[in-house]
Write a protein that binds this ligand. Sequence first.
Ligand code: BG6
Ligand code: MG
Length: 217
Amino acid sequence: TKKAFIFDLDGVIVDTAKYHFLAWKKLAGTIGIDFTEHQNEQLKGVSRVKSLEKILVWGNKSISDAEFTRLMAFKNDDYLTYIDKMDEEEILPDVTKTLDFLRGKKQYIALGSASKNARMILEKVNILEKFDVIVDGNDVTKGKPDPEVFLKAAEHLNVPPEHCIVFEDAVAGIQAANNARMISIGIGDKNTLHEADYVFSDFTEMDDDFLNELINR
Ligand code: BG6
Ligand code: MG
């Protein structure tokens, strides 16, 4: 039977966290809030709205709804100036190799991302057509660690959650996969992602035997 391999986007396929950081830092600066890399870490996997809410709490600021909407647009416009310059070179090491290996084994490939810019980014780096289904920030009402994004992908493919494997770089994303009762594979730091079933620092560390085992289990 076919398994579904569900990939997060930011931090798994491409390193857009650095662009999110620059855009949030600039925005925070305009309203007199300091923003650190450590705080950026806590925004991984978190939606745009939730991210701004957190930054305002950290900066101890309250603003009107109209101002909130304006700041959201400001951040995204700035973020998109970085996205606009992206190309295939920015795909993280061995991601394409892994996608092609799984496709060669006739497995399903899905995207499960909190980002509303997901399709545009996949188009930019020219791998959109490798995905059987895309579920992103436009399709969900509940963010990670809620399992909605991954369960929707599984549903579209008609694959039961226990036959789904999720690749995630965010703690909230690993929790979402675990909450969906899927196999969770952390991409990043072992200590940060200790709740995952497996952790690899990146896809170059994952060999074909491991992927074959996931396919055949
Ligand atoms: C997640 C990122 O993938 O998408 C978060 O890890 C980001 O940092 C979220 O806030 C929403 O992204 P976007 O592109 O809709 O602002
Ligand atoms: Mg991510």
